[in-house]
Ligand binder design. Structure first.
Ligand code: PLP
Length: 400
């Protein structure tokens, strides 16, 4: 039998993948399953981006590139940071990897020793905690309240910091809640960090371009120049440009960190795909007008889902200002009985009921460290969303 390494043994397979597998099995049995669990846009990669990849292949750009990104890729990222964030980075302060996930993995592998702590506000993208554990660190989970928009407060941050803290992890807009940090939300947290020079900040900005209403996206490195030398700003093309399969993410921060991250990458994957880099250059420097169109489309769908959920007795959903997720409370549902005579005691029970009885797949909040909630990804067609809302409403009506 396989004797797996201790660093892996504690890490379970993602609950989201598990739900996806169950939904796929139901589909195979002929059911019309609506899966609202995916973390990717339903749009296609823009044609101009695909063409750039094809042209790169024709030019013979099919070989190894520089380890952590080609010079042209880094130049495109520099342009992006100047244009969108007013930040000026040198090429040596930029690292390109196979997805934002790998950037985060490289950063924690490069900096965490056994026992080092990373503060992770919850609800959270669970990969953060698992990557920290694989790297030997200790995730310090801090529960953020729904009444504060699922945001970390300065007092919570202050209390969580110990001599062993190495990083604070922030993600705005957030997966799974869609919560955002404005300049005013960031300011008190940055003030706490200014007082604790041993704590670095990893800002995961992957949902930067998916924001709504009057929300103005900001990134911490642009807000506080005094923290520039201990912030890693992480971003990528997966969500904004519908390029999840191309696997390009990037980070920008102090040169010493970027160099250490390159060491990790040099002994794992080496350079990210040369063809994908060419595509990402086009995504970052080509026309950006479709971002606004896609944002509008996501906003309409957000409102459809939020309004649909709030019309259901027992469900309470705030209107997130970013990403393509809603994170609704199902506290009012708990304690009710299904027509089959089973009691719904947890958000996991509720999500299992929705999947079994209505063939709608959503993810329980417990998968993101917060109960009783459930996450809906609304990156699917309006017709599917309308049908899903009707099915969820009927299923909740059937409870006694
Ligand atoms: N960060 C967050 C919060 C995410 O939700 C995801 C993807 O689900 C990522 C990072 C990883 O994105 P990438 O495809 O660039 O690895």
């Amino acid at each position: 039998p396989l004797r797996s390494a201790a660093r892996i043994a504690a890490i379970g397979v993602s609950e989201i993948l598990d739900i996806g597998a169950r939904a796929a099995a139901m589909r195979k049995d002929g059911h019309h399953v609506i899966v609202l669990a995916a973390g990717e846009p339903d749009f296609d990669t823009p044609d101009t981006v695909k063409e750039a990849a094809w042209k790169a292949m024709q030019r013979g750009e099919t070989k190894y590139t520089a380890l952590d990104g080609s010079p042209a890729m880094k130049e495109a990222i520099r342009e992006k940071f100047r244009r969108d964030n007013g930040l000026d980075f040198a090429g040596s302060e930029i690292s390109v990897a196979s997805g934002a996930k790998q950037v985060i993995y490289n950063a924690f592998m490069a900096t965490l020793d056994p026992g080092d702590e990373v503060i992770v506000p919850t609800p959270y993208w669970t990969s953060y905690a698992d990557i920290i554990r694989i790297a030997g660190g200790v995730p310090v989970l801090v529960a953020c309240d729904a009444t504060n928009g699922f945001r970390l407060t300065a007092q919570q941050l202050h209390q969580a910091i110990t001599p062993a803290t190495r990083w604070l992890m922030l993600n705005s807009p957030s997966n799974p809640t869609g919560a955002t940090y404005s300049e005013a939300d960031y300011r008190p947290l940055l003030d706490v960090l200014l007082k604790h020079p041993h704590v670095w900040l990893l800002a995961d900005d992957i949902y930067e371009h998916i924001v709504y209403d009057d929300f103005r996206f900001v990134t911490p490195a642009a807000l506080e120049p005094a923290l520039r030398d201990r912030i890693l700003t992480v971003n990528g093309v997966s969500k904004a440009y519908a390029m999840t399969g191309w696997r390009i993410g990037y980070g920008a921060g102090p040169m010493a960190l970027i160099k250490a991250m390159a060491v990790v990458q040099s002994q794992s994957t080496s350079n990210p795909s040369s063809v994908s880099q060419a595509a990402a250059i086009e995504a970052l420097t080509g026309p950006q007008d479709y971002l606004a169109e896609r944002r509008d489309s996501f906003r309409i769908r957000r409102d459809l889902v939020v309004d649909g959920l709030n019309a259901i007795d027992g469900i309470d959903c705030s209107r997130p200002e970013g990403a393509f997720y809603t994170f609704a409370s199902c506290a009012g549902i708990l304690g009710r009985m299904t027509p089959q005579g089973r009691k719904i005691e947890t958000d996991r029970d509720f999500c299992a009921y929705l999947l079994e009885e209505t063939k709608v797949a959503v993810v329980p909040g417990s998968a993101f460290g917060a109960s009783p909630f459930f996450r809906i990804s609304y990156a699917t067609t309006q017709d599917e969303l309308r049908e899903a809302m009707a099915r969820i409403a009927a299923a909740c009506d059937a409870l006694v």
